[in-house]
Write a protein that binds this ligand. Structure first.
Ligand code: AMP
Length: 574
């Protein structure tokens, strides 16, 4: 029997839960079920033995017993070059851990749908910087998957909602409150494009913080009634209470109050929490999402005057937007009626739709490459976000027959270009020679000069330029480093930025005996996919430096090494 055709998959790799979307036999986006029969799988990894890894619900449950062998919320560490954990003698970076989640998801999806998972689209928050996107791509690669696209979560959500574009475009906000992150995006959609106009968010704010508040409250009440504080040091009790807390929180989205009865050390305690109490104890968290939403709208309005007036919808995404307080508050603060449809699954389904489009592009790229002898995917780098190529009828027909989606729909999905914004400012490191003592402590006198602001639409072409200066007479060379904003707002302080690549050098300047303060022109451009190019020239000598910045969390060798380690593991959800 021949192998079934590969499926079309989009993976929502979430902070707390992940979901696999696919295109079903009727051509509609659907989500696959894991080995537990659930749509969502906790993004939790349990290193049970040196070669056996468990992902999902069982891993989440193991966290209480074996906290040192369990990793959760890894998405928050994506992009951190220094984060490493050792399990049974092997080192794991964030992409290697995410790869374990991806493999488990892929395996379950394959057994549910009966179609092999080999090419995937993976979603990322819109505010993910260059490093985090690269880390996500590497995670897919380590898991042995071909990543045919990285799509911003709000774009995926928008594709799923299918907000139909008029000629002028529909402009809407996507408010995404997940388990560990909050993301707000302003999007304009037409028949032919999805354009991200502004993004904002906090990747350390999500349902887990709501849980934490409620957990603190329940623990205080229970220990008070038990008359026993030792539960606070009892890892297993705490873990069980955490699981109960999350369930109570979810129940309070439907019920007005919820009772928790719990026995410890021979004493029973009973605590009733009302929805109102829960909303009061978490009010400041919700306030924070409103503050970020306003700030993002203000920034967007400055960049696109009058855009606020054109917003017609407010889409709610992410499991935590099921909390009734979210829609109520948004209704009160803004004039748009919040729409909540399928909040936990919308991103994965949209990612599957996007994957259908990417598959057409790859099919077409493969056909084009067959004609030109180039490797598919390299002929058109990225073949991804924003690639506006012509879609051939053959490629559309092939994908339509493979997925069951009708040809016009395939053409419409695939024909939509995605325009993203640069979520974080990019700049270079400069030395402030006006600062006393810079000779002895150059690092202390250094700062980041941002050349490209956050929220700039991609591509950034022509490049942005900056005139920097040499600092010493007869300086033999100039070292140039690219840095990216790390925090929520751009700040020149080194600690508020991170370096995204190894330094480049303009060398061989010594013979030119340049005086201190000689100009060096630096230009940075960014393509539609977020790849950065830097060009720097010292005009007197004509010496130049061109860097195609390969922004990466792991080197190619490290990815290969992680792949080998990954292949030696048994990974599953049960
Ligand atoms: P996501 O990352 O989008 O899957 O969101 C997961 C988060 O949504 C977790 O913090 C869940 O506890 C939370 N969540 C899921 N369902 C509900 C609900 N009915 N009410 C409140 N929070 C929920």
């Amino acid at each position: 029997m021949s192998e079934p055709p590969h499926g079309i998959y989009g993976i929502d790799l979430g902070t707390t839960y992940s979901v696999v979307g696919y295109i079903d036999e009727t051509g509609r986006p659907a989500v696959s079920r894991n080995s537990d029969g659930h749509d969502t799988t906790p993004s939790v990894v349990y290193f049970e033995t040196a070669d056996n890894i468990v992902v999902g619900r069982v891993a989440k449950e193991a966290a209480g017993m074996f906290p040192d062998q369990v990793v959760s919320l890894i998405k928050r560490e994506m992009g951190d070059k220094d984060w490493r954990r050792d399990f049974f003698g092997s080192q794991y970076a964030p992409p290697s851990i995410s790869a374990l989640i991806l493999s488990a998801l892929a395996r379950d999806a394959q057994s549910d749908t009966g179609r092999p998972v080999s090419e995937v689209v993976i979603t990322v928050p819109a505010y993910f910087g260059l490093l985090e996107k690269d880390a996500t791509r590497s995670a897919g690669e380590i898991a042995g998957l071909k990543v045919i696209g990285i799509v911003p979560e709000p774009v995926a959500a928008a594709l799923h909602y299918g907000v139909s574009g008029s000629a002028d475009g529909t402009t809407f906000l996507v408010y995404d409150l997940g388990g560990g992150t909050f993301d707000i995006s302003l999007i304009t959609m037409t028949d032919t494009s999805v354009e991200v106009l502004a993004v904002g968010g906090n990747h350390r704010l999500g349902g887990a913080d709501w849980d934490e508040k409620l957990f603190g409250y329940l623990l205080d009440q229970l220990t008070g009634q038990w008359g026993d504080d030792s539960a606070r040091d009892d890892e297993q009790e705490l873990q069980e209470l955490r699981a109960i807390t999350e369930q109570v929180k979810k129940d309070l989205s439907r019920a007005e109050s919820k009772k928790v009865i719990r026995r410890y050390g021979g004493t029973s305690a009973s605590v009733t929490v009302t929805r109102q109490q829960f909303e009061e104890m978490t009010a400041e968290l919700l306030d924070e999402t409103i503050r970020i939403t306003r700030q993002t709208l203000d920034e967007a309005d400055q960049r696109h005057p009058g855009i606020r007036e054109r917003i017609s919808e407010l889409l709610l995404v992410g499991g935590s937007s099921r909390m009734p307080a979210v829609a109520e508050r948004l209704r009160k603060e803004f004039r748009w009626e919040p729409r909540l449809t399928d909040p936990d699954l919308a991103v994965a389904k949209g990612a599957a739709l996007y994957a259908a489009g990417q598959t057409v592009r790859f099919t077409e790229a493969a056909a084009a490459a067959a004609g030109t002898g180039t490797e598919p995917g390299t002929a058109r780098p990225g073949a991804g976000l924003g690639y506006p190529g012509e879609l051939t009828d053959e490629a559309v027909q092939e994908v339509a027959s493979r997925t069951g989606i009708d040809e016009d729909k395939v053409r419409a999905i695939a024909g939509r270009t995605v325009v993203n914004v640069l979520p974080k400012a990019i700049g270079v490191k400069l030395l402030d020679t006006a600062k006393a003592g810079w000779e002895d402590d150059p690092e202390g006198a250094s700062y980041i000069e941002h050349l490209i602001d956050a929220q700039t639409q991609l591509p950034v072409d022509p490049p942005r330029t900056l005139e920097a200066n040499t600092v010493l007479a007869n300086q033999p060379g100039v070292k140039i480093e690219i840095w990216e904003q790390a925090g929520a707002v751009p700040d020149p302080d080194l600690s508020a930025n991170h370096r995204v690549d190894n330094a480049g050098l303009i060398e061989g300047l010594a013979p030119f005996r340049l005086p201190a303060g000689s100009p060096v022109i630096i230009a940075i451009g960014v393509d539609a996919e977020g790849t950065v190019t830097l060009k720097a020239v010292e005009p007197a000598s004509g010496k130049e430096l061109v860097m195609n910045v390969r922004i990466s969390v792991l080197s190619a060798e490290q990815v290969d090494e992680a792949k080998v380690n990954h292949r030696g593991l048994t990974i599953g959800t049960s």
